[in-house]
Design a protein around this ligand. Structure first.
Ligand code: URA
Length: 252
């Protein structure tokens, strides 16, 4: 298997290692250097003219590392996400969908990725699935403003295709930073993709739901995605059981 530059960067990011990207100026210098070696007479520079930019110049670095993101406050974090170009979804999104709700919430709901309506409005869960989510919250005595909602991916995958592993690993730093700022009492993973991305497993959703998992010290409950429940209303009672389990964790 050949490893693409993007995959390599995704692995390094996932391992918490800094990813160095060539800056525009470095690329220009490297090209000049190569050309100068081929035909120095045609160029006004010599290989020895090559100079390195100062180490702390981060202009044009596009990959987000934990080191760059952790420690940012809410406005810095959301503006960093809004200008993120770490994966190709940045070229197809209308805007990033960072998350919304109470930044001190006990409950953090995490979906998969924005859909068409979310991409248009810049808010998570505003389509039909979002209406069902609001109804589920209402049944718990909660409103949207009582909880925080975000997604594993902050940008819409074209045609609502499944998130790709390299997109998940590039975007993960934002979610981790959001969780560190919110410090929720419980995280609800909505659906298979959110559960798989967060828990780093490929087990079935039915084997993951109905129990309490640990996400870096925060209890995490997996339940069905509201979009699935719209198609399979018979499973709503199982989702209700999951939310009741989560409610107990919040009340503890
Ligand atoms: N589905 C998701 O997983 N997230 C949204 O924001 C909307 C639909």
């Amino acid at each position: 298997m050949t490893m693409t530059e993007q995959n390599r960067n995704a692995y390094l990011t996932a391992m918490g290692l800094p990813v160095w990207q060539p800056r525009a100026r470095d690329v220009q210098i490297q090209t000049q250097y190569r050309d100068a070696k081929k035909s120095p007479e045609k160029l006004n520079i010599q290989p020895d003219d090559v100079v390195k930019e100062p180490e702390n110049d981060t202009t044009d670095i596009k990959i987000n590392t934990e080191k760059q993101i952790s420690g940012l406050d809410w406005p810095e974090l959301s503006s960093t996400a809004a200008s993120c170009t770490a994966c190709d979804l940045s070229t197809t999104r209308t805007q990033t969908v960072f998350g919304t709700g109470n930044k001190n919430a006990d409950w953090l709901f995490i979906g998969e990725a924005p859909g068409a309506e979310e991409d248009k409005q810049g808010l998570p869960f505003v389509g039909r699935a979002g209406l069902l989510l609001s109804a589920m919250l209402f049944a718990l005595g909660l409103e949207r403003d009582d909880i925080y909602i975000s997604n594993v991916l902050k940008c819409r995958p074209p045609n609502n295709r499944d998130p790709r592993p390299e997109e998940v690993s590039q975007c993960e730093v934002f979610l981790r930073a959001q969780i560190n700022l919110i410090k929720p009492k419980v995280i609800i993973a909505l659906g298979r993709h959110a559960a798989h991305s967060l828990l780093k497993t490929d087990k079935t959703l039915s084997s993951l739901r109905g129990q309490t998992h640990d996400f870096h010290g925060t209890p995490l409950v997996v339940t069905y995605h509201p979009a699935y429940l719209l198609r399979t209303p018979a499973d709503k009672n199982k989702s209700w059981q999951d939310l009741c389990l989560a409610n107990k964790l919040v009340q503890q």
